[in-house]
Ligand binder design. Structure first.
Ligand SMILES: N[C@@H](CCC(=O)NCCCC(=O)O)C(=O)O
Length: 249
């Protein structure tokens, strides 16, 4: 755990939302709490940053975190032409280039759900806009119920893939249960990404770039019970440790 005053600074990508008549930047508390629980210091990064702003901000952080969001990546970013009503263009314009900058600079980066999808798109992958409408796939959408214990309950199995980082973390366990709160999913995996885990229907649910200090994306929500579930603990502890290592130089 990082000592006070020298915590790894984690840049957290914000979402643009409308609250009443106001346009706001926002991040779900669960993500920030998970970063704090593992000794990170969250620093929100707002939409509207140009290239120079992103460079200046990236010089200030030790890692970047891409949270989930109900909004979807605009189809044009992955060569699709369908109508997408739930976009957040400000987030897209921030997250997609910052992912590529983190890749080039070796900055640790961890993406969850929408963040996972952004990582795939930023590196040249494509998305299914409505996985539940595809034959042979599960319905991965979040439960309608508003109680967190139901919404974030285990929804399907997960199989860790041979040759991935996750199998190194869990040499004796290949099967897990995860929650599921997404309607979109990976259609094609971006070049260079290593598939780490798949759902029972074959949908890719996690990938990494092993040659990077920490470049990991997951489709489920490990921020929920982040200090309790083995997969969550493995992901957040290693992400923050990687950011701390960068901070230590
Ligand atoms: N919109 C995308 C990604 C879904 C996602 O990130 N859900 C998280 C919702 C809760 C939160 O804000 O953390 C899709 O539907 O695939």
């Amino acid at each position: 755990m990082s000592e006070s005053g020298n915590k790894p600074v984690i840049g957290v990508i914000s979402c643009e939302k409308t609250v009443k008549i106001y346009q706001v930047q926002s991040v779900n508390h669960f993500y920030l709490q998970a970063i704090r629980d593992y000794g990170g210091l969250p620093l929100l990064i707002p939409a509207g940053c140009d290239e120079a702003d992103r460079e200046q901000l990236l010089a200030m952080v030790d890692g970047v975190f891409l949270p989930g969001s109900p909004s979807n990546v605009a189809p044009r970013h992955y060569g699709a032409t369908h109508e997408e009503p739930a976009t957040d263009e400000g987030r897209d314009d921030l997250s997609l280039p910052i992912i590529r900058q983190c890749l080039g600079k070796g900055i640790p980066i961890f993406g969850i759900c929408r963040g996972f999808q952004e990582m795939n798109v930023a590196l040249g992958g494509q998305l299914h806009p409505k996985v539940h409408e595809l034959s042979g796939y599960l319905d991965h959408r979040e439960p309608e119920e508003s109680e967190y214990e139901i919404k974030y309950a285990f929804a399907h199995g997960l199989t860790l893939q041979e040759g991935g980082l996750f199998r190194q973390w869990f040499p004796d366990q290949t099967e897990f249960q995860v929650n599921s709160l997404h309607g979109q999913g990976v259609k094609s995996v971006a070049p260079r990404l290593v598939v780490e885990a798949v759902a029972p229907d074959g949908l890719v649910e996690a990938f990494s770039l092993p040659e990077h200090p920490f470049f990991v994306g997951v489709q489920w929500h490990p921020e929920w019970k982040a200090t309790e579930l083995p997969l969550s603990k493995a992901l957040f502890s290693r992400f923050i440790a990687s950011a701390q290592a960068k901070r230590a130089g």
